[in-house]
Design a protein around this ligand. Structure first.
Ligand code: PHE
Ligand code: ZN
Length: 876
């Protein structure tokens, strides 16, 4: 077999044939579902009449093929592993095909498959070709009519996109429902669901007064877990009307929860399919984080109805056109619905850890890649989150009003079309009158830009000179980088007044908070009339996805921590201050020198704890130290043990020095109120629990008693899980084991809670974790075929840095074993799971060798194109 070959953006050609209408009939059966398709096809203008019709098709057994009712002879077509070629076709015709597929044997979870006995589909990006022969590309858009036939007992509910238009009973206990979707769509938005499902129904009246029926379909035992998703859906619908003027366009909107799903959720037209973990919530089973995550994902999928479905992508290189924009939209929605500063802090903190790592590794790619082997490998943090940062910059550059006008033009002009990133940015250029040529480089260049900043205050002339220098490190296949247009939002905080000073540049008064534009490799910005020496507050609200270095002293950071008017930068000053202390401690650990806590960090924390920061959610974030993963990102060579030791040392030092303050914070924020996922309650719980985690870092009797009491009180899953995690991650097996056992027994029936039970155990720092992972993989609640289980157990283990990176290499070997097994069952998940091994170059020589060896071992297997692409890049 030859190696899989890449596809190039520069090779894009418009389709030779369009499908104008698609009629499908499914006769469901686990081993042989018969799929009949009738496609109305037209040759596009200027296409030669001799051009063959080429359709994608994989793992289909062809039963029959006809054009305009006339069966094709074998000589009329060519069939191979992944395509069907018909040599000669009329200019307009209907193609009738029948194929058999086996959903019961589909473990890849792409195309039509079974999950907990029900049928469901996943077609993005290229799953539709496992359902029927079709031009499986997003620039072919058709209206769909779909008939689903199933067993009345096993599949009482039969769903597809659009509106139900007919239904009835058939022979042999079978029945059917026929669905019509009037909006032309690419086949990746096709969906079908069939099974023993139950619904919760509600209604929404749109801004033009139309009534939309809202349904959430779940397994019967989950009917009490849909309330939050439904409320989130309604909030999203209102928000998109008010913020973007976008109204829903069908009479029915359905969400279905399925247990086996590769991703979070999918925006199929009118029939969103969700991973049950991304939609089901109940105070007793889901944490605050899950509630917020569900809200965000429900919004994200709903928003896709316009940014993705009505206006879609011309080709998969444009994936960020829909994903970056939609993530930006859901981020803004969550910020408006909850605490905006906290949302930003959490998003950026995740982004700087995970996306920066991706952008610095062997799979780094631009927001718009120019080639790929396997598109499912490109549903990445770069496409989604960096893409969203780019759209955010765009919005800030042109201003909200222009951005909204540009978005209106985009939705109106390109409605029903498959378009490109240029089309989107073009609308913004038009609306704002700005030229965004240089800005477009953000889409083309991979790697995280770094800015070196330094400033000087000139007392004599009352001037502050700020010099910024940018450079983007080389990434695979891209050695030369052009300077980017980087918007830097900033202020100058007066060291005497503690206030933002007025910014004046070249005689122009910019205000107290302004954006300066770095476009060259190096630029100096001169601020005049600066009355007192300032500390610069740079990159406020993380105005660009870059690393910004400024030689702040610890005193300056402590000053910004209390005085910066930008909440995000106050938090960031705290993170930078903690990082400086952590750096020293990491060095001390490596050199075998005694560790000494930086008193300035302790004092900063004391101030935070006592000076009543009014926003509890922000305070909780400020009290959170940079994660081990984030600290690792800052090190030239990652020393997992030193990082862990240094961070634990800081936690314990703070707990010892500020014990009374933490106890007071913990006690002041306990509450008997009935659980609600409100911002206020979530903030209070976060603050209480972070205080508890510091107290538990010294594991004294009082802290243990607090945890045990919180666990036993069983007030809500957030508090229970937090307390349980602290107990299980402690050295105290006498208290940890009974709690873990009790929890496991109590929730044995609830698969999503058992996922949490897995994760809690395999993220503990104690050295028995690897054996636990091996043991738990045999647990009846675990299944390698379920992506959530794999993530909760194996994925979580790889995030347990001290244990995954054990020096005997057993962590790496375990991961490789699982990747090799999954490569056969579910290549998409296998390719994602292997990621930690691909970062081998970041570690010391011994670990490098061990990781490399496991990659080589994987490479010897007969690999899916998914795993092949990732491993190949990692070893290049
Ligand atoms: N398009 C989905 C989303 O972003 C993600 C997804 C991709 C789901 C591919 C399944 C498969 O909402
Ligand atoms: Zn999306």
């Amino acid at each position: 077999m030859s190696d899989p070959q890449p596809v190039y953006l520069s090779d894009y050609q418009p389709p030779a044939y369009q499908v104008t209408h698609t009629e499908l009939t499914f006769d469901l059966d686990p081993a042989a579902t018969r799929v009949k398709a009738r496609l109305l096809i037209e040759r596009n203008e200027n296409v030669d009449a001799q051009t063959p019709l080429v359709l994608n098709g994989e793992q289909l057994s062809l039963v029959s093929l006809a054009i305009d009712g006339t069966p094709l002879a074998e000589a009329d077509y060519q069939l191979d592993e992944d395509s069907l070629r018909i040599m000669q076709v009329p200019a307009t015709f209907s193609l009738e095909s029948e194929v058999d597929i086996a959903p019961g044997a589909n473990t890849a979870l792409e195309g039509l498959y079974q999950s907990s006995g029900m049928y469901c589909t996943q077609c993005e990006a290229e799953g539709f070709r496992r359902i029927t022969f079709y031009p499986d590309r997003p620039d072919v858009m058709a209206t769909f009519t779909v008939t689903v036939i199933g067993d009345q007992n096993n599949e009482p509910v039969l769903l597809a996109n659009g509106n139900p238009v007919d239904s009835g009973t058939l022979e042999n206990g079978r029945h059917f429902v026929k669905w019509e979707d009037p909006h032309p769509k690419p086949c990746y938005l096709f969906a079908l669901v069939a099974g023993d499902l139950h619904k919760v129904e509600d209604h929404f009246s749109t801004m033009s007064g139309r009534d939309v029926t809202l349904q959430i379909w779940v397994e019967k035992e989950n009917l009490d877990k849909t309330e939050h998703a439904m409320a989130s859906l309604k909030r999203s619908m209102v928000w998109d009307e008010q913020t973007y003027g976008r109204e829903y366009d069908l009479d029915l909107f359905m969400i279905v929860a399925v247990n086996d799903f590769n991703m979070g959720a999918m925006e199929n037209k009118g029939l969103n399919i969700f991973n049950s973990a991304a939609v089901l919530t109940h105070p007793n089973t889901a944490t605050d984080a899950t509630f917020q995550n569900v809200e965000g994902i429900v919004a994200h999928e709903y928003f896709h109805n316009w940014s993705g479905n009505r206006v879609t992508c011309r080709d998969w290189f444009q994936l960020s056109l829909k994903e970056g924009f939609t993530v930006f939209r859901d981020q803004c929605f969550s910020a408006d619905t909850n605490s905006a500063p906290v949302k930003r802090i959490q998003d950026v903190s995740f982004f700087r850890t995970a996306q920066f790592a991706e952008d610095a590794g062997p799979t780094a790619h631009p927001v718009r890649p120019d080639h790929y082997i396997e598109i499912t490998n490109f549903y990445t943090l770069t496409i989604y989150e960096k893409g969203a940062e780019v759209v955010r910059m765009l919005c800030n550059l042109v201003g909200w009003e222009n951005f909204r006008q540009g978005a209106d033009a985009y939705f109106e002009r390109f409605d029903g079309q498959a378009v490109t990133i240029e089309d989107f940015v073009g609308c913004m250029e038009e609306a704002s009158g700005q030229t965004l040529d240089q800005f477009m480089r953000w889409y083309a260049q991979a790697g995280t830009p770094e800015i070196d900043a330094h400033g000087e205050y000139d007392y004599v002339h009352s001037e502050y000179r700020l010099t910024l220098r940018q450079r983007t490190p080389a990434t695979p296949g891209q050695t030369e980088k052009q300077p980017l247009h980087i918007p830097v939002r900033m202020g100058l905080v007066g060291t005497k007044s503690g206030q933002d000073l007025t910014l004046t540049m070249a005689g122009e008064v910019l205000g107290k908070d302004a954006v300066i534009h770095l476009r060259d490799n190096e630029q100096t910005f001169v601020f005049t009339d600066v009355a007192e020496a300032p500390v610069p507050s740079l990159l406020r609200d993380f105005s660009a996805p870059v690393k910004l270095y400024f030689p702040y002293s610890r005193e300056e950071l402590a000053f910004l921590l209390t005085h910066d008017s930008d909440g995000f930068n106050r938090w960031d000053a705290g993170q930078r201050l903690a990082m400086l202390a952590l750096d020293d401690l990491i060095a001390a650990h490596r050199n075998g020198v005694e560790k000494v806590m930086d008193g300035r960090v302790t004092e900063a924390f004391r101030t935070l704890l006592t000076s009543s920061v009014s926003d509890k959610a922000v305070l909780a974030e400020m009290l959170t130290l940079p994660s081990e993963a984030y600290i690792a990102e800052q090190q030239p060579i990652v020393d997992v043990d030193a990082i862990h030791a240094a961070r634990e040392f800081v936690r314990q030092s703070l707990a010892l020095a500020l014990r009374d303050e933490f106890v007071a914070t913990f006690e002041a924020n306990r509450s008997e109120e009935a659980y609600a996922p409100t911002s206020e309650q979530i903030a209070q719980r976060s603050l209480k629990n972070i205080a508890l985690s510091y107290l538990m870092s010294i594991e004294d009797e009082q802290a243990i008693a607090f945890c045990q009491a919180q666990f036993a009180a069983d007030h809500n899953m957030t508090d229970v899980r937090y307390a349980l995690t602290l107990l299980v991650h402690s050295e105290r097996d006498d208290v940890s084991s009974p709690a873990l056992k009790a929890f496991g027994e109590k929730w044995a029936h609830d698969s999503l809670v058992m996922d949490q039970w897995f994760t809690i155990q395999v993220t503990r720092p104690q050295p028995d974790v690897l054996e636990r992972v091996e043991f738990l993989m045999q647990h009846p609640a675990f299944s390698i075929k379920n992506p959530n289980k794999v993530r909760a157990l194996v994925g979580a283990f790889t995030q347990n840095r001290v244990n995954f990176h054990r020096l005997d290499g057993k962590g790496y070997a375990l991961l490789a074993d699982v990747v090799i097994e999954l490569n056969r069952l579910n290549p998409e998940i296998a390719a994602r799971l292997v990621t930690p091994l691909t970062r081998w170059q970041r570690f010391d020589e011994a670990r490098q060798a061990l990781m490399h060896a496991q990659l080589e071992r994987i490479k010897k297997e007969p690999l899916s194109s998914n795993v092949y692409e990732v491993v190949e890049k990692a070893l290049a």
